[in-house]
Design a protein around this ligand. Structure first.
Ligand code: DX5
Ligand code: ZN
Length: 223
């Protein structure tokens, strides 16, 4: 599911929620590799978005993997609900240290892939102890909570260091980047070693979704 090639994960947060099922179909037809779903609880981040019920309601629209990014203060209470709703990959934030490593075990015990996300100010070193247990690491390139923000250039150094750590440890962990991804920043993160690019505004903000996805993929591949 998480291959070495560049994968594009449209963030449904930037889609038209009044017809989100059709929006999923549009990005699938346009060449998406994963469907990125941002779950926010108004505590871990100052915004509210979607829950398992909504995710379950769009599960039948595609076979593409659902990449569920949990921005919740108490994710442990909801892992089973998101797996039951159809998540294929669940990413939780490392800032909730008291819930680690149990939560990774909880995700893996349900046979879905597990990822760890870092807020922009969280140092890469805190993820190191878990690199052998996870499938993906997600250094956030904006403060989580909202789409449409500008990419933080200090993310590039974090991607670089994560790639080095992953190579040194010889583990199979993909690097995903989320926030402010556009044609220019896709090239930069691709060059540093990110292979999964989440994009909301850069995809749904354009009429030609296929062209938008192709542009990001090419930029990241040539970066
Ligand atoms: C922010 C979310 C992102 C967001 C990205 O907390 O995790 O997935 O939707 O949106 P853009 O691509 O518009 O920065
Ligand atoms: Zn996200």
């Amino acid at each position: 599911m998480l291959e070495q090639k560049i994968m594009i994960a449209p963030s449904m947060l930037a889609s038209d929620f009044s017809r989100i099922g059709e929006e999923v179909c549009r990005v699938v037809e346009a060449g998406a590799d994963l469907i990125h779903l941002d779950v926010m609880d108004g505590h871990f981040v100052p915004n509210l978005t979607m829950g398992p019920q909504l995710i379950k309601s769009i599960r039948s629209y595609t076979d593409l993997p659902f990449d569920v990014h949990l921005m919740l203060a108490e994710p442990q209470a909801y892992i089973d609900a998101f797996v039951d709703a159809g998540a294929d990959l669940i990413t939780v934030h490392i800032e909730l240290e008291d819930q680690f490593p149990t939560i990774i075990d909880q995700i893996k015990s349900r046979n879905v892939k597990a990822g760890i996300a870092l807020r922009p100010k969280t140092p890469v070193a805190v993820v190191e102890p878990y690199l052998g247990d996870i499938d993906l690491v997600l250094p956030m390139s904006v403060e989580p909570g909202f789409g449409g923000q500008s990419f933080r250039m200090d993310t590039l150094d974090k991607i670089d260091r994560l790639r080095q750590l992953i190579q040194t440890r010889k583990v199979n962990v993909a690097i995903e980047v989320d926030g402010g991804i556009n044609q220019e920043t896709a090239a930069l993160v691709g060059r540093c070693g990110a292979t999964i690019l989440v994009a909301g505004t850069a995809i749904f903000g354009r009429d030609d979704l296929r062209g938008a996805i192709r542009t990001l993929r090419q930029a990241a591949s040539s970066g």
